[in-house]
Design a protein around this ligand. Sequence first.
Ligand code: GRG
Ligand code: ZN
Length: 314
Amino acid sequence: MGELEGKKHVQYIVSVEKKKDSFEALVIEHLRLNGAYWGLTTLDLLNEIEAVKPDEIVQWIMQCQDIGSGGFGGNVGHDPHLLYTLSAVQVLALLNRLDVLDIDKVSDYVAGLQNEDGSFSGDMWGEVDTRFSYIAICCLSLLGQLSKINVESAVNYIVSCKNLDGGFGSIPGGESHAGQIFCCVGTLAITGSLHHVDRDLLGWWLCERQCKDGGLNGRPEKLADVCYSWWVLSSLVMIDRVHWIDKEKLTRFILNCQDKENGGISDRPDNAVDVYHTYFGVAGLSLLEYPGIKPIDPAYALPVDVVNRIFFSK
Ligand code: GRG
Ligand code: ZN
């Protein structure tokens, strides 16, 4: 099956970071701060965070902050959104530079997006989705500011998105999807509310996501895709059912999606690589305890040593 081409993946990520005029850089321009999170977390999982200059990144991140609201946009001058605000906090956590943040200002922005029913909007335009519940709660937890929101109603909203198959959707009544399941289980894990999950029922739904080729899909009847090695596997780890899938077959599927020449990982074998799937491949292998990769925390989506530094070093 071949081995993990860690060095090549590091080179690939560093080159995408530098080539700002490449096609891929152009496509991801509007979500650069999110791309920075994918790229830098991958480097750190591969023990190569030193491949980048932290000061330049921190300076750029702080330019992405909207002074009025306190939230972060995807790039300098872009509108603020919860997703980029979490990415900013995650990258600063990775670089051990959370000290540059005005914690109150950022957490007030996040807390201000909670609605009456406990749900969260992604930005001032009001779209509601369980993704935003996860993002807000992950972000506030990393900042030590969960007391700024109504955690109980946030949890109740997540529970109202639970389906009869044990999974979760984006809104009440929404179809179960592995991405939303990660968000809902992650929110419940961070808030100490996993008792709301039927672990056996959800574990069964999640392990059925493994396809004949060893990869995982996001919903019944869909093709396997490397990103579900993160969304599905992290959920299985959080509910302690990861032994219900064939870990060796999944490892082989991910390794088969590598570009062995130029680095990077794609969504499925022989497709073009991108930073997003490189992150999910490496993060998935981390959950599979592949040698040489740092362990990743399944709820915070950050290396375990980074999470421990935040919660245990004060
Ligand atoms: C910090 C890891 C981290 C995440 C932040 C943005 C976010 C929170 C979560 C997104 C969760 C989510 C909904 C992921 C699914 C993304 C995806 C591949 C959607 C495509 O879905 P389909 O069903 O595609 O259209 P396929 O072809 O896979 O069925
Ligand atoms: Zn994908």
